[in-house]
Design a protein around this ligand. Sequence first.
Ligand SMILES: Cc1cc2nc3c(=O)[nH]c(=O)nc-3n(C[C@H](O)[C@H](O)[C@H](O)COP(=O)(O)OP(=O)(O)OC[C@H]3O[C@@H](n4cnc5c(N)ncnc54)[C@H](O)[C@@H]3O)c2cc1C
Length: 470
Amino acid sequence: MPVLARPDSNEYCPLPPRRALVAADTDVLVVGGGPAGLGAAIGAADAGARVVLAERHGFLGGNATAALVMPLMSFHTQMRAPERQGAATLLPTDHGPGEAVIAGVLARLLERLVQAGGAIPPSLETGYVVPFDPEWFKLIALDLLDEAGVHYLLHAFASGVIRDGSVRGVVFETKSGPIFIRASVTVDCTGDGDIAAQAGAPFDIGRSDGLVQPMTLMFRIVDFERTLFKNYVREHPAQWRGVHGLWDLARRATEAGELDLPREDILFFATPHENEISVNSTRVTRVLGTDVWDLTYAERASRCQMRQIAAFLRKYVPGFERAYVAQSGVNIGVRETRRIHGDYHLTADDVLAARKFDDAIARGSYPVDIHNPKGSGTILERLPPGEAYDIPLRCLLPQQTEGLLVAGRSISGTHEAHSSYRVMPIAMATGHAAGVCAAIAAQRGISPRQTPVRDVQAELVRQGASLGKH
Ligand SMILES: Cc1cc2nc3c(=O)[nH]c(=O)nc-3n(C[C@H](O)[C@H](O)[C@H](O)COP(=O)(O)OP(=O)(O)OC[C@H]3O[C@@H](n4cnc5c(N)ncnc54)[C@H](O)[C@@H]3O)c2cc1C
């Protein structure tokens, strides 16, 4: 592949000094408009703060829209272990409903998506995931920000941090040149911990060998005949084994040299549209989402896989004879990059033991879900039925850094714990909490670390968040 290779030299070109236009002075600056950023901006504005949200893309939603990660994973406790999760959105499942453990901004977003016909509410039939339409997601995210009074700037890539003892604001690269947004408190919702890293906060990447979960280019296939497909699967139940669909057809295609994927199954989800599916089956391993050379390679490699998968579905799978790829992600989906070192490091044991914390500001019930960083295979370990784990405020407070909170998938935790709290409902819940904490801190002129957690919890509950028994 003729992608530009990583240079072997360490030669640097010095840059001329420059200045940035001061574009705003605000209480709370939220960087990144994905699920966490939306939760943070709306939570902070509802707590009475002046809020600016800045996003590098021309639309909001983060992975939900840019990477076409179209179902929200379940945010309900589980009653029984599902036997067929991959098929869950297309076929009846054994996944029993439990309690919803996330509400607040997520509940508001969901209500509006469902009202618009842009999402299917969680139910037994959907396997408690929420299939949604990314175009509705983009529109409703804008509506919610407008209603909350959040000022937003799109096409603004955060490239630097201004700090003294504390983070004072962020520099953005824009078509209008560099701009600076000054803020009392900044919330890093970049998913990659870009702001925390620039501010000098310590972080980890990957597991002990440095490898991270693989990247996946997601895509939408249309002109799919759902009934034909469902009938086929009912008549051939052996096609679905284990957690995801383990396809004999995929194996046949692989043996015929028509599929060459570093995963064992073809995973896809229903969408709110009868004749459409969202495919989550490309896999690029040993690449890092904070490395431009890796990202370039991964975009190319995943598109080659997408072509193979689409051809496979058309040739081998009933219901897909006329189906075609209507859209792929604006960018490849990145599951895992930096995880900051916060005042607490959440572990897999905390997740699987459904541990509770006094300073809980969000909850999660999603399993430990690790796509093998080296190739095929996915580890899925569930919480006990009916249980949820707490996420402490301390996980959002980067060590050695003031004036900054981190929310979403880059909060403080292990590689294994991250595989659970990375999903969008939980990212939105930690964002909501970070926004509320940032607003209180900014209004009182204190740092997020000094903000009494009881006040954060009380404001979250006032805004409809679900914190269990706190
Ligand atoms: C392939 C794949 C499949 C997944 N499947 C599911 C699923 O089915 N259901 C589910 O719930 N979750 C799923 N996840 C996980 C989930 O999508 C993410 O972990 C979640 O979106 C994290 O939310 P976030 O807000 O922290 O980050 P993101 O969604 O990544 O949002 C970060 C935002 O910040 C912006 N940004 C980044 N850097 C900068 C910068 N320097 N300057 C300005 N803006 C910046 C980005 O453009 C983006 O809008 C999946 C993830 C992947 C990659």
